[in-house]
Every structure is written in structure tokens, then in C-alpha cells.
Design a protein around this ligand. Structure first.
Ligand code: IPE
Ligand code: IPE
Ligand code: MG
Length: 240
């Protein structure tokens, strides 16, 4: 099987470089994260214009708790601010918000904002905007294995029933009412070329693209160039 790609259905982004952008511009790291939120807003709009169905952004990893309490608190504070100022517009644009990750254990105010965003946009069927929040790829797989073990212990499944589909169904991307397709394209900004525990199961055949731009400097035009470049790649999926 070899297939010429059209525009990607699902684009995932590792939004990296806020801290370095802050340093470069001699502002606080939090101001860097704020600039990153503004960049994200513009990318969502362009993704929608391009007709991308699923946009996933890596907003906070399970490893990001290692940062100072001040920075972590600041990031979640920005999230609350972002939801308060953008939710109405996202909803008007028919965007559906979905969370990948354990948002039950983030600060209460942030979790409440997320609940509100999910409830407000649940019936929308435009662009699906997935926020990876307190997300880790290994943690996600451990969680799926635990859920499946529980079903086996209760006699609802046997070990032989475990296959790729079943595991995928227990990931954050395989929720009860919908399956999010694997990302066709994963973009990372800031010149780093690693996945940092992002979508480890789902990335099996994703195309990868790296940009040297620091995330707050990443423009919709650069995003569009990368997305269009993807369309010229040939995906083989193990075939010839
Ligand atoms: C990415 O920017 C945003 C988060 C991880 C929350 P960074 O804060 O990692 O920026 P750098 O890598 O320090 O420049
Ligand atoms: C990955 O960026 C996580 C997010 C963008 C939210 P990091 O900056 O945390 O990753 P490392 O530490 O450079 O691998
Ligand atoms: Mg970083």
C-alpha cells in the first residue's frame, strides 16, 4: 500500500519554545506562555480554514510538573484566562473541544474551565480541537492496560481478546462516542527533534515535521506551508 497524501485529517503540534522566546525577548517565562496562547489561537483559525478535521496541541505534559510551582500555576492560570476569553468564539465557529490527559488532577479552577469548555462545545461538529493536558504517552498506555486488566479480572474479557483495536479504544483518543484517527502529521517547533512522550501509540505512521521557529513566532502561513508540504509526501505504511 502506498498512498499520496492529501491534506492531513489530523495534525498534532508540540508547541515548544515559549521559554526561549521569553528569554530572547527579555520577558518572563509566563509572558512567553501567554504569547504562545496567542499563537495557538491563530493556528486554530487557520487549521479550520484549511479544513483540517482534528487539531491536537500538546499544552502540558505529565513531566511538566517538574517545573517551578510559579510556572505551573501560571500556565494553568493562562488556561483559565484563555477559556474565559475564547470559548464563545470557539463555540460560534462550531469547534468541539476534547481533552487528552488526566485533567482531573490539575488545579480546580483550570479543571472547572475545561469542564465548561467541554460542556459548551459537546454538540459541535466542526473542527475538533484536542488539548493534551497533563498528558503523557506512557501514562496513557499504562492507564489503558489497567482498564483492560480490570475487564479481564472481572471475566468480561479474556487475554486472547486483547488486540490493537482494543488497546486503541482505551486510549484518550478512543473515547466511547468517537475514535480520533491517528495523527497524519506531527509538527514540533523550536528546533527540538523529539516526541517528549507525545502520542506514543498513535504516532506509529505519522509524518514528522520540525520547525526552528519558537512557538510564539510560529505563524499561520508557516503552518500552512508545512501542511501543504505534507500533501506531497508519499506514505507507505510498510508496503512497497
Ligand atoms: C512549551 O514551551 C510550553 C510548555 C511546555 C508548557 P517551553 O516552556 O518548553 O519552552 P522552552 O523549551 O523552555 O523554550
Ligand atoms: C514538550 O515540551 C511538552 C509540551 C510542549 C507541552 P517540553 O519542553 O516539556 O519537552 P522537553 O523537556 O524539551 O523534552
Ligand atoms: Mg520546551
Amino acid at each position: 500500500m502506498t498512498e499520496k497524501s492529501l491534506l492531513p485529517r489530523h495534525v498534532a503540534i508540540i508547541m515548544d519554545g515559549n521559554g526561549r522566546w521569553a528569554q530572547k525577548n527579555r520577558v518572563s517565562r509566563l509572558a512567553g506562555h501567554n504569547a504562545g496562547m496567542l499563537a495557538m489561537k491563530e493556528i486554530i483559525k487557520r487549521a479550520d480554514v484549511l479544513g483540517i478535521k482534528y487539531l491536537t496541541v500538546y499544552a502540558f505534559s505529565t513531566e511538566n510538573w517538574k517545573r517551578s510551582a510559579e510556572e505551573v500555576g501560571g500556565i494553568f492560570g493562562l488556561l483559565v484566562k484563555y477559556v474565559a476569553s475564547e470559548l464563545a468564539e470557539l463555540d460560534e465557529n462550531n469547534v468541539k473541544v476534547h481533552i487528552l490527559g488526566d485533567y482531573g488532577s490539575i488545579p480546580r479552577a483550570a479543571a472547572a474551565s475545561i469542564e465548561k469548555a467541554l460542556a459548551t462545545t459537546r454538540d459541535n461538529d466542526g473542527l475538533q480541537f484536542n488539548i493534551a493536558l497533563n498528558y503523557g504517552g506512557r501514562q496513557e498506555i499504562v492507564r489503558a492496560v489497567r482498564q483492560i486488566c480490570y475487564l479481564v479480572e472481572n471475566g468480561e474479557l479474556s487475554g486472547a481478546d486483547v488486540d490493537e483495536q482494543l488497546i486503541a479504544a482505551h486510549l484518550y483518543t478512543g473515547t466511547e462516542n468517537q475514535d480520533i484517527p491517528d495523527p497524519d502529521l506531527i509538527i514540533r517547533t523550536s528546533g527540538e527533534e523529539r516526541l517528549s512522550n507525545f502520542l506514543l501509540w498513535q504516532c506509529a505512521y505519522s509524518e514528522l515535521a520540525f520547525s526552528d521557529s519558537l512557538w510564539p513566532d510560529f505563524t499561520p502561513d508557516e503552518f500552512e506551508r508545512i501542511v501543504r508540504d505534507y500533501a506531497s509526501r508519499e506514505r507507505r505504511f510498510g508496503g512497497r
